[in-house]
Every structure is written in structure tokens, then in C-alpha cells.
Write a protein that binds this ligand. Sequence first.
Ligand SMILES: CC(C)(COP(=O)(O)OP(=O)(O)OC[C@H]1O[C@@H](n2cnc3c(N)ncnc32)[C@H](O)[C@@H]1OP(=O)(O)O)[C@@H](O)C(=O)NCCC(=O)NCCS
Length: 184
Amino acid sequence: MSAADAASAPAFPVIGDWTLRRAAGDDLDQLVALERVIFESDAWPAKLWRSELESPYTWYVAVVATAAPDVVLGYAGLLALPRAHDADIQTIGLAAEVRGHGLGRELMRQLHDEARRRGVREMFLDVRVDNPVAQGLYTSFGYQEIGVRKGYYQPDDVDALVMRLTLEGLDTRPSAATRPTEGQ
Ligand SMILES: CC(C)(COP(=O)(O)OP(=O)(O)OC[C@H]1O[C@@H](n2cnc3c(N)ncnc32)[C@H](O)[C@@H]1OP(=O)(O)O)[C@@H](O)C(=O)NCCC(=O)NCCS
């Protein structure tokens, strides 16, 4: 990371025993393995993960144990194309043992903050119709359903809800449970 990049890097919070950091190419094998456990039949292959991590238009954050920052326990990613005013939440997933502690909410907040830094005004995402937990997370930020993609998730043949959020006016302040740490 250059000095200029370091100066503009976000400060990631500590939440309980965990913290966030930028995901990098070195995390590829762990991300692929974790993805298989979390998403099973919907899991992205290693080739897709590699291109996501290498793209200049994506931004990935990993959840790690504060005491063991090499061990990836979760992740989330943003795709914001140059000159576009909209961006996509590419994915978000946490190991089962770290769910329910506010990390999903913090990952979303970080992606929204990065999207804003890139000049994004509107966010889009897809979510399985049979995933009420993720839908609850998204609607709590104000995401609204704007359409359905029939049979989007294969081979399960499950529909996707398409959701949209206007970033303007969204409150992305850290919750009381978090405290800032040095950016990565
Ligand atoms: C979706 C996911 C990222 C949420 O992360 P998390 O850290 O467990 O969620 P948080 O603790 O930050 O909770 C945020 C919100 O999610 C929803 N939520 C979390 N756990 C929930 C549960 N067990 N039941 C219902 N809603 C729940 C709630 O809306 C919650 O807000 P609240 O705490 O104000 O009620 C996580 O459950 C996960 O990785 N799931 C498997 C992968 C997945 O489904 N990814 C989404 C693909 S579109």
C-alpha cells in the first residue's frame, strides 16, 4: 500500500473478539473454502474469487479474529465501476460461529462507506427469496425490493429479490459496540 493509500485508508472497527481488514490475494484459499461452507451449491469457484480480488473496481473486506488476523471468518465485497453512480453488493458471508454479533451490519456499513468514497449514489443487491435473515439485514438499512429474478440461483432454481438503496442521508456511524482501530 502506498503512503497516499494508507493516509486515505478507512479505520476499521473492533467488534467483540473480531476486527475487519481489507481482503487480499493471500486470502484466496481461505475465502474459497469458507464460501463453500457458507453458500454450498451457490458457492463461487476459485477462478471467480481470484478475478474479484484482482479487479480494480471491487473492494473486499474480511472479518478476522483480532488475535489471529490471518484467519478469515467472514467477508463482503463491493463492485463499483468507474464513472458509474451505482454499485453492487457482490457478496456477504460469515462463518456460522461469528453470526449474530453485529458483524454483518458492520460489513454492510463499510461497503456503503467505500461506495460513497467512490461517488456512488445507489446500491443494488440480489438475495435469495428463502433467506429472511439477509433480507432483514438489508431492509434494516432501507433497501427496498424492486424486482424478482426468476430461477436466478441454480442449481437450486430459487428466485432472487433485487433490492436497491439510495445512499444519500444513510446513517453509517459506528454503533456503540464498536471502536476505531488503525486502518489496513
Ligand atoms: C446474513 C449475515 C451476513 C448477517 O450477518 P450477522 O453478523 O449474523 O448479522 P448481524 O448480527 O449484523 O445482524 C444484522 C441484522 O441481520 C438480521 N439478523 C441477523 N441474525 C438474524 C437471525 N438469526 N434471525 C433473523 N434476522 C437476523 C437482523 O435484521 C439483524 O438486525 P438486528 O440485530 O437489529 O435485529 C449472516 O447471517 C450470514 O453470513 N449468513 C449466511 C450467508 C448469507 O446468507 N449471506 C447473504 C447472501 S445475499
